[in-house]
Design a binder for this molecule. Structure first.
Ligand code: ADP
Ligand code: MG
Length: 261
């Protein structure tokens, strides 16, 4: 056997076993461990630790991709001082994800531009990092999708797929009314998620206006009943962050009176 054979074979086995981090790092780490006079178990421990850390990172990335967030947003970039109406301690508590274990829902209510979608995404990304299966939709996107699936007679499959998630985000329940069929399908999703999958819903609608959008008082009542049975409500009542931001930019771009003087 040639001197190279063990490493060739080892690398082959590591590939077969799907241990890419060990494959990449075993030589460097062997050198370090020799220098440090670390024993074999320590070497193996360090290698397997690195593989585990990388594996977690890779699967978290996969889950983030599968969740289909329209934009990536994290809590680090959220400025709570810009939106003092938001219950910061509650958001921080929700980031830990216990509400998902308890099959509870989160409702973010408030004006446009107050950071509801940002926070919903940040909660979703945190859930992905915790190993949970997450899927994000705009409410209208989901309803359109469901209607199409019903046409194609694959609705049941899609609903089953949704049920396999730990958290489903329904972003932007807005003022555009649904068709009767659309509202019923949305109800179906909320109803199936009840006590099984956590939902995060963001909306600029006060509860009184939901009937108008969903079309039927009975359906709205039943939907709200399920959605709000075990719910954390976060209200955002401040000024739009976008508006404030563009005002600030405009203010900077325009020379002020004192500049002219
Ligand atoms: P909403 O869903 O309530 O309409 P978004 O979450 O879409 O609002 O926020 C609009 C934009 O402003 C996004 O780019 C978001 O990241 C940003 N934004 C909103 N609130 C904040 C905040 N408090 N800190 C940092 N960025 C914010
Ligand atoms: Mg939004």
């Amino acid at each position: 056997m040639s001197a190279r054979a063990p490493t060739v074979l080892l690398e082959h086995h590591l590939k077969q076993l799907k241990l890419p981090t060990i494959l990449r790092e075993y030589k460097t780490l062997a050198r370090i461990c020799t220098e440090e006079r670390a024993d074999y178990p320590t070497y193996l421990l360090r290698l397997t630790e690195r593989e585990l850390i990388d594996r977690e990172r890779r699967s978290s990335e996969r889950r983030v991709k599968a969740a289909k967030f329209p934009v990536m947003k994290t809590l680090e970039t959220f400025d709570f001082s810009a939106q003092p109406s938001i219950n910061q301690p509650l958001i921080r508590e929700l980031m830990a994800g216990e509400y998902i274990d308890n099959k509870q829902n989160v409702l973010l209510i408030g004006n446009s531009g107050t950071g509801k979608s940002h926070l919903a995404t940040a909660l979703g990304m945190a859930a992905c990092a915790q190993g949970r299966r997450v899927r994000c939709f705009t409410v209208t996107g989901l309803v359109t999708h469901l209607l199409e699936r019903r046409e194609e007679r694959t609705l049941e499959r899609m609903l089953k797929q949704l049920e396999r998630h730990d958290l489903v985000i329904l972003d932007e329940l807005g003022y555009v009314p649904f068709s009767k069929a659309g509202a019923e399908l949305l109800f179906e999703v909320v109803s199936r998620a009840y006590e099984r999958t956590s939902l995060i819903v963001t909306t600029n609608l006060p509860f009184e206006a939901w009937t108008e959008v969903l079309g039927s008082e009975r359906l709205t009542g039943a939907l709200l009943d399920r959605l709000t049975h075990r719910v954390h409500i976060i209200e955002a009542n401040g000024e739009s962050y976008r508006l404030k931001d563009s005002k600030r930019r405009l203010g900077r771009a325009r020379p002020s009176k004192s500049d002219k003087a």
